[in-house]
Design a protein around this ligand. Structure first.
Ligand code: IPE
Ligand code: IPE
Ligand code: MG
Length: 236
């Protein structure tokens, strides 16, 4: 049995390359990737993981060809429709982070409905980052703060401390803990605008495995290795 892990985040990368290696269109990789979301999420729900946050669509992913973007939107819609039962059966809370105002009305409704119908579950909180980018999230949070024009202390240090928590509370992740372990599949070693604030002290793990091939054995191995690390948070 693995020790508990509070917040695991994953950058699910490599769907397109997985499909290419199989001589299939990129869409096939996204389809297989979506079914892997279910497998990994169910495993996390059974293994004492508090929060699982998955990067599904970035603010930069709109730059892909329209056919791919359209396919991803359809896939997301189908996933939310078909998987609703999985969330209820396993008492998994669903949440979304990112600017979902950009999505079509039907997709937005599916997201909001699943969020509210699963909001009482406490087993695992699975968060999908949808039209998510840290810079966009932080910018939206700043806008909220500016509009509220908070009264700041004249003492710069006190003001900074207060603003730090005001900002953290204005982010999409407001009531979520910081990321403990951040995994990126697909071989790239970069954050691609994901959870820059929340992963400030996360342990990082990169694997060559393409997301559709990433399985629970490898996940368990990475989590085990994570537990052997010493986290210092700037102290000694
Ligand atoms: C990740 O896989 C899924 C999304 C970004 C939607 P990619 O589509 O980025 O796959 P590669 O990196 O091209 O292989
Ligand atoms: C990051 O993957 C975004 C998601 C996994 C949703 P990308 O494939 O979009 O990132 P880059 O372009 O390689 O940085
Ligand atoms: Mg990629």
């Amino acid at each position: 049995m693995l020790p508990p892990l509070n917040h695991l985040a994953i950058i699910m990368d490599g769907n397109g390359r997985w499909a290419q290696l199989q001589g299939k269109p990129r869409q096939a990789g996204h389809k297989k990737g979506a079914s892997n979301v279910r497998t990994i999420t169910n495993w996390c729900a059974k293994h004492d993981i508090g929060y699982l946050t998955l990067y599904a669509f970035s603010t930069e992913n709109w730059n892909r060809p329209k056919t791919e973007v359209d396919f991803l939107m359809k896939l997301l819609e189908r996933y939310l429709r078909d998987e609703a039962k999985t969330y209820h059966d396993n008492a998994i809370r669903f949440r979304a982070i990112g600017d979902i105002d950009f999505f079509s009305q039907p997709l937005k409704h599916l997201i909001l409905d699943l969020e509210s119908s699963t909001s009482h579950y406490t087993n695992l909180t699975q968060t999908l980052a949808l039209n998510y980018g840290s810079r966009n999230e932080i910018t939206r949070a700043c806008r909220k703060i500016v509009l509220a024009s908070p009264k700041l202390s004249d003492d710069p240090q006190e003001a900074a401390k207060a603003l730090e928590s005001t900002l953290a509370n204005a982010l999409d992740t407001a009531d979520m803990p910081d990321v403990d372990l951040l995994i990126r599949t697909g071989g790239e070693q970069r954050l691609s605008n994901f959870l820059l604030w929340q992963a400030s002290y996360a342990e990082l793990a990169f694997t060559q495995t393409l997301w559709p091939d990433f399985n629970i054995n490898e996940l368990a191995r990475i989590i085990e290795e994570f537990h052997s690390r010493t986290r210092r948070f700037g102290g000694l």
